[in-house]
Design a protein around this ligand. Structure first.
Ligand SMILES: Cc1cc2nc3c(=O)[nH]c(=O)nc-3n(C[C@H](O)[C@H](O)[C@H](O)COP(=O)(O)OP(=O)(O)OC[C@H]3O[C@@H](n4cnc5c(N)ncnc54)[C@H](O)[C@@H]3O)c2cc1C
Length: 344
């Protein structure tokens, strides 16, 4: 599954190279994959293991008793279990039950769009994803050897918009707005947008950051994934962090009673996820910058790229949860700068 991505080339609005980031040494190339492909694989595996999935259930409440917890759904049905794991995304209902004062997502000043198109009319980028900082917005594209292309645009929009407000504008109108905005750049952005049909445009919606979530668990309820640590999408790490956390939570529950397991899980995961989120928030402020800041950022990116070594980013990719070691705070979750555990 997925198409290899051997490097990311940062560019200015004239397609001038600001810097390039390759894969850190010792790991296979990153793979570009679509969400629907990931879902298909995960669902097939769940089916193979006989794990039931119920659709159309909206979780609305939970009640804890001495022996377990009961989840309540909008259709009036309930489900019981020893614990309740809230893997319900960035607008988590479980998070609000754990802590009614927990912060929600905050708009990051950008609206995100993307598309997968055929015959883009541009030569292959030979495994590289080009990312130009345009005059009016950040852009990214890769042209594959099979003459298909993916592109995405992070378009600055000062006034906060909800996902519903973004979708009120029709895809053809967004394509017109985007093509016009990116036309002044000497990059293939406008050409790729012109080659995109309205039904191919993915209106992703507002980019959001999640502030630090103070409480990860309470009683028999615990959070995992975007519900508790959602880096902005530009990190390219949200799903990876969610999967890592799910494995770590499973490891802790395997070895400890639930209350202890929840504490160990948070202790082992919080430092890493907050480090990734902090690194991503710095990236987003560069993308949402105004014209003057964009020139300063371009200079900073160029200088940084000359000094940056791929090894410095290895901590993001090399992380492993050591499933075989017993769960205890700090055990099986070695600090990134202390030891690199390569892929098995
Ligand atoms: C534009 C974009 C690009 C991204 N790119 C990357 C990338 O390159 N790499 C990467 O690793 N990550 C990326 N991410 C992040 C990644 O998609 C998320 O981090 C990941 O999906 C989080 O998984 P999750 O299961 O925690 O939450 P989600 O995927 O949000 O799943 C939550 C589920 O809970 C359901 N749900 C919500 N509320 C309720 C309720 N009350 N009752 C019942 N069900 C409910 C939802 O319908 C949903 O199915 C990107 C995100 C965006 C928006």
């Amino acid at each position: 599954m997925g198409k290899p991505m051997t490097g990311i080339v940062l560019q200015d609005w004239k397609s001038g190279r600001l810097g390039e980031f390759g894969n850190p040494p010792g790991i296979p190339p990153m793979l570009f994959m679509f969400r629907h492909d990931v879902y298909r694989v995960l669902m097939a595996e769940a089916a193979r293991r006989g794990i039931p999935i119920e659709y159309g259930k909206r979780f609305v409440d939970a009640k804890e008793g001495d022996d377990g917890v009961t989840a309540h759904f909008a259709d009036g049905t309930t489900a019981e279990g020893d614990i309740l794991i809230g893997a319900d995304g960035i607008r988590s209902a479980v998070r609000s039950l754990i802590d009614p004062d927990a912060p929600g997502p905050r708009y990051a000043g950008l609206i995100s769009f993307g598309a997968l198109i055929k015959e883009p009319g541009i030569p292959s980028t030979e495994g590289k994803m080009n990312m130009p900082f345009g005059k009016k917005g950040f852009f990214g594209y890769q042209v594959f050897d099979d003459d298909t292309s993916v592109w995405f645009a992070n378009f600055p929009q000062a006034e906060p918009m909800t996902p519903a407000q973004v979708r009120e504008t029709k895809p053809e109108e967004w394509l017109r707005i985007l093509t016009e905005a990116y036309a002044a750049d000497r990059t293939p952005a406008a050409q790729l947008m012109a080659a995109t049909r309205p039904d191919e445009l993915i209106v992703v919606g507002p980019m959001e950051n999640m502030p630090r979530v103070p409480a990860w668990s309470k009683g028999r309820m615990v959070l995992v994934g975007d519900s508790v640590h959602a880096p902005s999408s530009s990190s390219g790490q949200g799903a990876s962090l969610a999967i890592e956390s799910a494995i770590e939570l499973a490891r802790c529950l395997r070895d400890q009673p639930y209350a202890e397991a929840f504490a160990t899980y948070e202790k082992n995961r919080r430092p890493r996820v907050e480090k990734v989120i902090a690194a991503t928030n710095r990236k987003n402020s560069a993308k949402a910058a105004g014209p003057v800041m964009r020139i300063i950022n371009a200079w900073a990116i160029k200088t940084f790229s000359k000094l940056a070594k791929p090894e410095k980013m290895a901590w993001v990719f090399h992380h492993r949860v050591d499933w075989d070691s017993p769960a205890a705070p700090g055990l099986g979750n070695v600090p990134e700068d202390a030891r690199i555990i390569g892929p098995k």
